[in-house]
Design a protein around this ligand. Structure first.
Ligand code: MIG
Length: 793
């Protein structure tokens, strides 16, 4: 067996007839009995459940869908001569023994002839790709943005462990995350097909057979959710509503994070805090990798290297730096170690089919694994973790090795539910339930606070509990380029809070790569520099003053725009829009179907980073300064070029030259960017004064600024307000109106408008909640504040 292997379509049995079976339709033939039921789940979404008679247990074990949507309104089939018809919220669904056809108002999706089959426990659905010119989502993937012509294996693995010699390539498959959601672009319209099945599945999107889209599940029950468009935005929002949107993180979690495998002594952490201060680079968290532990025992500290972890972490926090510790799932199998003894006594560890404790071989040596599918195991885990977080004054949890990684010991022998449930049922959900239990620990520790968790593995729905990083990448340009489509597709797949290891994890980075990586990702939802103990150090100051200055510029840019990023997270929580988006999220142009080297942050900013190094692509030298060049597709309308301080007209491709310390960045006409202009002191940021940077060329500008306490979970009960901002620039006058509403005290934030790119503007008329306010007009005529920051530092 090798990854990506499929079942030949001719090996599937096909049905010959069907009949009504309760409220479902049963397709049957030699070797085959497949029950298909249909429900309307919510507006624009319905579910087809496929129960293969050869699968002994017809329970759906996936935890992907929010409980509210697990039951829908049953659509009773009407049987006609050779067709069963379901009438649903998205349109008509027609089923024949070997064919399925979904006719939505705007698009049609149908299988090829003989498109439905079973082979033992496996299920085949083979759709025709007629008219399909794009495919997105598919969770976390290497490769290009558009997955048409690609294949994807949905099995969580420890990538570097299984691709030991090829991890540095950019085409590995599978990855750490399994989210079987495909968003198809049919002509100009979109529809989503989410195959909810926690078992291993594969998709082949026209690779093996052009024109055919294979979904093959190797076991379990498949719930096919059809998500109506017609826009990408509607599909994405519906999927997010179905599987859950990320809760709001604390503001500090959106800052810059510094991590490295190999930091192993308290004096290194103190030195890091000092070095960041000396380098004048803000940092919001320092991360403890596995070396903080006492011989890799969970919930312990090596007391020689860290005599007083709580004291150290409080000291860091006084400087605005939070502490995050890694927490692996594996428990050292060591009688006398209390965590092991108590888990054994409570029977919370995974077992083999015959009931032995399942043993793997990872960092602690012989290791056992909590069975997070058991509520009792989750409660046991949460209690330990909550105590650990409290006792050590740790603010965030980093969940690693939860693919799960078991070393040389095969994973398949790991069973669940006291040996009763086969490995495949929970393999892809192992990290998910670990995250659920770990989030519960954070909530126990601080009932009103906002947890911050980061995980390596995940499945559909895991965004409800944690952020995701894209695992062990390598320090090379291919992996920098891959980071964009990978995070964009992950964002479309419900995981809005994600990002790669900036600088690259494996192998040695270099000055230029490190700078470009910081620039490319400084507006990503998650922004962490991380590297392996075997690689060269890559903290911002490791490559000399010019490199430091460029990196500092990118990091400061992020901090200046943290209020905007925070607004994007709030919008995600409210509506399901991802924080970073491919251009085709908002703009319709044939080229954008493949555009994976530039992206939007919210709907206001367009980022087109430099993704190649010196000598690898277009470049030039002008007046002694080196520039890297690239093409930038600028959608129609006016854009403000934040490097050059000029309006440029879109609807065309620009050829752009960026010096080493420049990130090509554009603000949309009509955008308002909330900007933090106060002092930069790590995670300390009082957002009681916000600048509203106004970009009005032809368009009036508009923005909904959400007001909340940024710390507690009261927003979940509706304790938040809106400041509705509208602005217009006409000749020499700027008119700005701010109207507050909602369940939040008025005028807790002082807003200052800043007008861009209008040298002729002289007057400001500002009204706040219906009252005229005197405020000096501020304009930026040449360059943007951030560029000044980036270049002059
Ligand atoms: O076997 O904890 O992906 O981020 O630094 C390697 C050590 C285990 C893998 C994670 C990586 C982390 C490393 N871990």
């Amino acid at each position: 067996m090798f990854f990506g292997q499929k079942i030949h379509p001719l090996n599937f049995d096909r049905a010959e007839r069907f009949h009504l079976d309760g409220e479902a339709v049963k397709l049957s033939g030699p070797g085959m009995a497949l029950r298909v039921g249909c429900e309307t789940v919510m507006d624009g979404c319905c579910r087809l459940r496929f129960e293969n008679g050869q699968v002994a247990d017809s329970t759906q074990y996936s935890d992907a869908v929010r409980p509210a949507y697990r039951r829908g309104a049953v659509a009773t089939p009407r049987l006609e001569a050779d067709t069963a018809r379901f009438v649903t919220a998205i349109g008509q669904i027609e089923l024949q023994p070997t064919r399925l056809r979904v006719a939505m108002t705007e698009v049609m999706l149908e299988t090829v002839a003989d498109g439905i089959g079973c082979c033992g426990e496996a299920l085949l659905l083979n759709f025709a790709l007629t008219g399909v010119n794009g495919c997105y989502g598919l969770g976390e993937r290497a490769g290009p943005l558009n997955k048409l012509g690609q294949t994807a294996d949905f099995l969580n693995v420890d990538v570097v462990a299984v691709f030991r010699h090829t991890y540095a390539r950019d085409d590995y498959d599978p990855t750490y995350v399994a989210i079987p959601l495909a968003i198809l672009k049919v002509g100009e319209r979109f529809l989503g097909v989410f195959f909810d099945n926690p078992h291993r599945v594969v998709m082949d999107v026209g690779k093996t057979r052009p024109g055919e889209f294979w979904y093959q599940a190797f076991g379990g029950v498949t719930d096919l959710y059809l998500l109506a468009g017609p826009t990408l935005r509607e599909v994405t929002r519906r999927y997010a509503a179905l599987t859950g949107r990320a809760p709001l993180p604390p503001l500090w979690a959106l800052g810059y994070h510094q991590c490295r495998w190999g930091y192993r002594h308290e004096r290194e952490f103190r030195a890091l805090a000092e070095q960041f201060a000396a380098a004048d680079v803000p940092v919001s968290a320092l991360w403890y990798d596995i070396d903080y532990m006492d011989e890799y025992r969970l919930f312990s500290w090596d007391r020689l290297d860290f005599p007083d972890p709580a004291g150290l972490n409080r000291e860091l926090k006084d400087a605005g730096i939070h502490a995050v510790t890694i927490v692996d799932p594996g428990v050292k199998r060591e009688p006398g170690y209390p965590v092991y003894d108590s888990g054994r006594e409570k029977a919370v560890f995974c077992q083999t089919a015959s009931g032995r404790e399942y043993v793997g071989k990872v960092w602690p040596g012989d290791t056992v694994f909590p069975d997070f599918s058991l509520p009792a195991a989750r409660a046991w885990w949460a209690a330990y973790l909550a105590d650990f977080l409290r006792d050590s004054a740790v603010d965030g949890v980093w969940l690693d090795m939860n693919d799960p990684a078991t070393g040389y010991s095969r994973t398949e022998e790991m069973c669940f539910q006291h040996g009763q449930a086969p490995h495949e049922r929970y393999h892809n959900q192992y990290a998910h339930f670990m995250a659920l239990a770990s989030r519960a620990a954070c909530e126990q520790r601080d009932p009103d606070g906002r947890p911050f968790l980061l995980t390596r593995s995940a499945c559909a729905g895991t965004q409800r509990y944690t952020a995701v990083w894209t695992g062990d990448n390598a320090s090379n340009w291919d992996h920098l380029r891959m980071a964009l489509p990978c995070s964009l597709n992950l964002s479309l797949s419900g995981i809005a809070f994600n990002g790669p290891d900036v600088g690259g994890f494996m192998d040695d980075t270099n000055a230029e790569l490190l700078v470009r990586w910081h620039q490319a990702c400084c507006l990503f939802p998650f922004f962490r520099n991380h590297s392996s103990r075997d690689s060269r150090f890559q903290e911002p100051w490791q490559f000399g003053p010019a490199t430091l200055a460029a990196i500092r510029g990118a990091i400061r840019l992020r901090y200046r725009l943290l209020p905007y990023l925070y607004q994007c997270f709030f919008a995600h929580w409210r509506d399901g829009d991802p924080v970073i988006r491919p251009l085709l999220y908002h703009y319709d142009h044939p080229e954008y179907a493949h555009l994976g080297d530039q992206y939007l942050v919210g709907d206001a900013l367009l980022v087109a980073p430099i993704l190649h190094g010196e000598g690898q692509g277009p470049e030039s030298i002008q007046r002694g300064v080196k520039y890297q060049e690239r093409r930038i597709a600028l959608p129609a309308g006016w854009w403000f070029d934040l490097n050059h301080g000029v309006w440029v007209q879109g609807g065309r491709v620009l050829h752009y030259a960026a010096a080493a310390d420049e990130l090509p960045l554009f603000a949309r006409d009509g955008a308002v960017l909330p900007y933090y202009a106060g002092p930069l002191r790590n995670s300390f940021m009082h957002l009681s004064a916000i600048e509203l940077h106004l970009f009005c060329h032809d368009q009036p500008a508009q923005f909904e600024y959400t007001l909340d306490d940024r710390e507690t979970r009261r927003y979940e009960q509706g304790t938040w307000g809106l400041a509705q901002v509208t602005a217009e620039v006409r000749e020499e006058r700027t008119t700005v109106k701010i109207e507050e509403s909602g369940d939040y005290p008025r005028e807790t934030v002082r807003f200052t408008p800043v007008v861009y790119g209008h040298p002729e503007v002289r007057k400001l008329e500002l009204t706040v909640n219906g009252r005229a306010e005197e405020r000096k007009l501020r304009t930026e005529q040449r360059e943007w504040l951030c560029r000044n920051l980036m270049v002059q530092a």
